[in-house]
Every structure is written in C-alpha cells, then in structure tokens.
Design a protein around this ligand. Sequence first.
Ligand SMILES: Cc1cc2nc3c(=O)[nH]c(=O)nc-3n(C[C@H](O)[C@H](O)[C@H](O)COP(=O)(O)O)c2cc1C
Length: 200
Amino acid sequence: MKAVADALDGEIPVTAKIRLGFSDRRLAVACAQATEAGGAARLVVHGRTRDEGYRPPAHWEWIAKIRHRVSLPVVANGDIWTLEDYWKARTLSGCHDVMLGRSALADPWLAPRIRHWQRTGERLADTTWAMRASVLKQYAHRQRQQLPKKVVVSLVKQWLAQMRQGNAEANLHFQLVKRITDLDTLLESLVVSTGITEPA
Ligand SMILES: Cc1cc2nc3c(=O)[nH]c(=O)nc-3n(C[C@H](O)[C@H](O)[C@H](O)COP(=O)(O)O)c2cc1C
C-alpha cells in the first residue's frame, strides 16, 4: 500500500479493498489500520473471510467494527442484492457508500435504484426483461467490434447466467439460448417472449 501510495505521491488517490481475513477475523482491524497507515484514501471491506468464499451472510456488522477503528472512509461490500439489503448493510455497517459486485451484473439497474431512493425516497419499478435484454444487446454490440463472435456468445451467456439468479424471465431466456452457438441467433432469441407477464 505504502509503496504504491508513495510512488503516486498524492497525485492519484489510492484505494484498498480487503476481506475480513483469510480463515478468521482476528486481523481484520489490524489489516484495515495497515491500509490506512500505508496511505489508502478509501477502504472497501468485503464482509467475509477468504474461507467463507461467497457463502451468505456477509458480516456487515464487522465492517462497522473496522469503521470505528480507522479514520479513512469505509465502503461496505458483500451480498447487497436489493434496496432492502442496501439499507440493512448501511445500517449495520454505518457506511454511507456500498460497493456492488455480483448484483451489478444480476441487475444493472440496482445502483441507479439505490441512488434514486437515496435522493427521493421513492422506489423505482423492478427491472424488466426488456431492459436486461437491451443491455445484453448493447454489450454484445460493443464486444463484437473487437472480439470473435464465438467469444461474444460465451460472454453474453456468462452475463445472462448472472442475471438468471433470482429472475425467472432471465432464467427462461438462459434455458432458451444456452445451446445456441451463433451470435445473431442468440441475440434474436433474447427478444422472444417466454409468456411470463411482468409488472408494468
Ligand atoms: C465479475 C467480477 C469481478 C470481480 N473482480 C474483482 C477484482 O478484480 N478484485 C477484487 O478485489 N474483487 C473482485 N470481485 C469481487 C467483488 O468486488 C466483491 O468483493 C465480491 O463479489 C463480493 O461482493 P458481492 O456479494 O456484491 O458480489 C469481482 C466480482 C465479480 C462478480
């Protein structure tokens, strides 16, 4: 941390990201303090140890323990999938800011939804399949400028696989396209109706 921060000499803020530890949390606070001593401008804490992998829950209350022992801004990360999760993570960690990982792929509108809620107290409508399909198409369009079509097919399927967790319409589309190997056929299949009626 110190080597990078010293090399940049304050020109570019250096941020750090840690988990709570490797097998246990005994060094969580010490590691956070070390990033601060090394010159980190901001610290993201993923509220799990390495051994906990991605197993829920993320321990947001541990992020608060860290936050109380450092002076740099701390960002909470781990298992924020919904507005409610955001609120709980914020309440338990005391952090104003959060980082989204898998949920940013599962629902690309979660971040704008959180921001809108912060600003207005209003809840934006759920993300529809049409919105998801349009972002997948944009993604494919950009990637195909520089990558072979078969690679783009695989990338689109990977993203769709992230979206299908917890979303029935995305799951049905995943089943529909998972054996398709041609990019244009795949993209056309994204707009096929699965018969699921979504909320307006
Ligand atoms: C596609 C993807 C790429 C990631 N790349 C990195 C990375 O380069 N460095 C890192 O520290 N964490 C990386 N992560 C982990 C996330 O930053 C985050 O800590 C983790 O996914 C837990 O948050 P979540 O429960 O919101 O997914 C990545 C996660 C995903 C889904």
